[in-house]
Design a protein around this ligand. Structure first.
Ligand code: GLN
Length: 304
């Protein structure tokens, strides 16, 4: 299969959409990003890689960080984790508050904000130096020591994270948050602020595609069983209230973030990351989703 030719054709086909949507602007630092950028990186497990456009440009990974925090929390807590967080699709927006009230402070899944705020709380309790551990884990996963937090983006988000603060206080009210709300929000925003390129993300996610060789770092092990479960949650919950649509159009487990990044994997075949800041109303990259839909259509390599 000529993957390079395929991704170049995809780029031509998605060009008509390049002015649709706009970048996230509820986080002031993200509103300043140039929206007219696109990158793609395909990493085959057999070793070859193919790339396009701004594949090496770092951007804010935002909610993609939730996959990393879940991997760490699940490795530390095991089944216990599911007493504090569910694993069902939410069908609601990533920052929705209503469902959390109805369900008495147990977030539907780890990939909506409420769930990831509980993950941040778990890591704060369990790790001696959570910020250091988290970034070292991400660096080790992607093999790039230069990956870092953006304290500018983190501060920018925290300065106006009224909705996430409401979620955190509701969790606290239901005894599902052990640390101080301010500390949890700070760490949550730091994790979201990590900047990675499509190349970094595709490389990091090979650990979720190639579960036969478990990745391990600092006592966190991505065993075959854990990877299976994390991939299942990516498949059912990775795109908030658009998880069904992504599954329908693309057919891969994946995760998106409001920085415009999407990363997806095909178990035992490849990992692929795309990035374009303009989002649809659900907070997912428009060109990114189109590119992945075309990719699995043209290659016939979705999981279904
Ligand atoms: N940091 C963002 C928030 O909490 C992450 C959301 C996202 O990427 N969907 O709103």
């Amino acid at each position: 299969m000529d993957y390079q030719q395929i991704i170049e054709r995809i780029y031509e086909e998605i060009k008509p959409y390049e002015q649709e949507g706009k970048q996230a602007d509820y986080i002031p630092a993200l509103a300043r990003v140039n929206p007219d950028q696109f990158g793609l990186y395909l990493n085959l497990l057999s070793g070859e890689s193919y790339q396009l456009g701004g594949y090496d440009t770092r951007f804010s990974i935002q909610s993609i960080s939730k996959v990393f925090s879940l991997a760490i929390a699940l490795s530390i807590k095991g089944k216990e984790l599911w007493k504090r967080i569910g694993k069902e699709p939410s069908g609601t927006a990533f920052n929705s508050l209503v469902q959390l009230e109805y369900e008495h402070g147990i977030p539907r899944n780890p990939f909506i904000n409420a769930g990831a705020i509980v993950l941040a709380d778990v890591l704060l309790t369990e790790l001696e130096n959570p910020e250091e551990f988290f970034i070292q884990f991400v660096r080790a996963l992607s093999g790039n020591e230069e990956i870092d937090y953006s304290s500018e983006v983190a501060q920018s988000e925290q300065s106006c994270s009224y909705l996430n603060a409401s979620i955190a206080y509701l969790l606290k009210h239901h005894h599902n948050l052990n640390n101080r709300v301010e500390d949890v929000l700070h760490f949550y925003c730091m994790m979201c602020s990590v900047e990675m390129s499509c190349k970094d993300l595709a490389k990091a996610f090979t650990a979720f595609a190639r579960s036969s060789e478990p990745f391990s770092h600092g006592g966190v092990e991505l065993t075959t069983s854990r990877v299976k479960r994390i991939n299942a949650i990516m498949q059912t919950c990775g795109f908030y209230d658009e998880a069904g649509e992504f599954s329908f159009l693309v057919g891969l487990p994946g995760k998106s973030g409001v920085g415009g990044g999407i990363v997806a994997i095909h178990p035992a075949k490849y990992s692929i990351a795309v990035w374009s800041p303009r989002l649809n109303e659900r907070g997912n990259s428009i060109m990114g989703m189109k590119a992945l839909e075309l990719f699995t259509t043209m290659t016939s390599e979705s999981i279904f």
